[in-house]
Write a protein that binds this ligand. Structure first.
Ligand code: XIL
Length: 357
């Protein structure tokens, strides 16, 4: 599962590690309780750049959550309802009800909408897999999908993840996918950027990936791919680094990674920030994990704020409240986000905001 296989110094999360982390968390004084809430300014008011959050349409029905979003961010990313798994039905037709609700929320509250994601190796719906009548029919369906989705939200989109997680985990080339097989390993990426530009003449178009901080070789291949896309004339307008990290991340890692990613001069999007407690290595007490988490929050803020203003596209949290985090499915005791289940700011949020003062 992408973004979930945090390398144990460069390997997938082992079963032993997961169990060890879960036991370590469970052994803490307050196994499922997050630390006492702290005071922190609203995230967007603390930042001199756009702050975003991943959201789901159903969450927006909750007035308290809608207020938390409106108070803290100026950009939203559909966590999954703008992906093919939602938009492309099994018969190949498109459904836009949930993404339309998310876009309407953005419009009525004056928020930017960040589209995620057009092409991802992890999703190739049956509607596309059945298109085996050769390349032309498949290429037309691919273009039609991108034109329909990007064109639909042209008035409110501030950017798009066009290609997501294209680079192999070991940095040796690019991942295989239905798109690569049918349209070419590199060509399908150039086509995706060109089709998105055809649908929206101005929106910044991003290449997005994960573990770029943990895996320098993957980061190098990611940057080479970006340079190759630019050389091929693809309208690449920004680089997304997901930044799904853990509370034991070595100090300086984010500063180095974000600085290197910015070296191409393109806008940078910290696109899916969360800091897992349960993915941290070794038996640690919860207070120690939460202190490490706050330190990582602070370093992320400092590293992003150190970029030139033109390159600070946005800093997006992959959710706002712990209970909404995708990481809870991996370990129910995890607490990776800036707010607790009740929407109260945590030490990480305070450290993140303090680092920006
Ligand atoms: C995750 C969502 O958070 C989950 O709700 C969904 O079930 C699977 O996808 N990298 C990405 C995101 O680019 O799209 C993934 O989001 C997390 C990893």
């Amino acid at each position: 599962m992408s973004g979930a296989d945090r390398p144990a110094a460069a390997g997938p999360l082992s079963r032993r590690t997961v169990l060890g982390s879960a036991l370590a968390l469970a052994g803490c004084e307050r196994p499922a309780q997050s630390a006492a809430p702290v005071s922190a300014p609203p995230l967007q008011s603390a930042a001199g750049f756009p702050v975003g959050a991943a959201i789901q349409a159903a969450q927006l029905q909750d007035p308290a959550f809608a207020a938390l979003v409106a108070a803290n961010v100026s950009q939203i990313t559909p966590e999954w309802e703008m992906k093919m798994e939602y938009v492309v039905a099994d018969d190949g037709t498109f459904r836009f009800d949930a993404p339309d609700r998310i876009a309407a929320f953005a419009r009525t509250r004056g928020l930017r909408l960040f589209g995620h994601t057009l092409v991802w190796y992890a999703q190739s719906p049956p509607g596309f897999e059945r298109l085996d009548e050769g390349r032309v029919r498949f290429a037309d369906a691919y273009r039609n999908y991108i034109l329909a989705l990007v064109g639909r939200y042209r008035d409110v989109a501030a950017g798009w993840d066009v290609v997501n997680e294209a680079v192999a985990e070991d940095g040796e080339g690019w991942r295989d996918s239905l798109w690569a097989q049918r349209l070419g390993a590199f060509e399908h990426m150039v086509l995706a950027f060109r089709h998105a530009r055809e649908a929206d003449a101005a929106v910044p178009l991003f290449l997005n990936d994960y573990n770029l901080e943990y895996l320098p070789k993957k980061r190098a291949t990611f940057l080479k791919l970006a340079e190759r896309l630019l050389a091929a004339g693809a309208p690449l307008g920004g680089l997304g680094t997901q930044t799904h990290v853990a509370a034991d991340l070595a100090p300086g890692t984010l500063r180095t990674a974000i600085g290197e990613i910015a070296s191409l001069g393109l806008p940078v999007h910290v696109s899916e920030f969360d800091v897992s407690l349960s993915r941290a290595r070794g038996p640690r007490r919860r207070p120690e994990l939460e202190a490490g988490q706050a330190r990582v929050y602070a370093e992320a803020a400092e590293a992003f704020a150190a970029l030139p203003a033109a390159q600070r596209f946005a800093f997006t949290f992959w959710g706002l409240r712990d209970k909404d985090s995708w990481l809870k499915r991996e370990n129910g005791a995890d607490a990776p986000l800036p707010f607790d289940d009740q929407g109260r700011p945590k030490a990480g949020a305070a450290a993140w905001a303090a680092a920006l003062r």
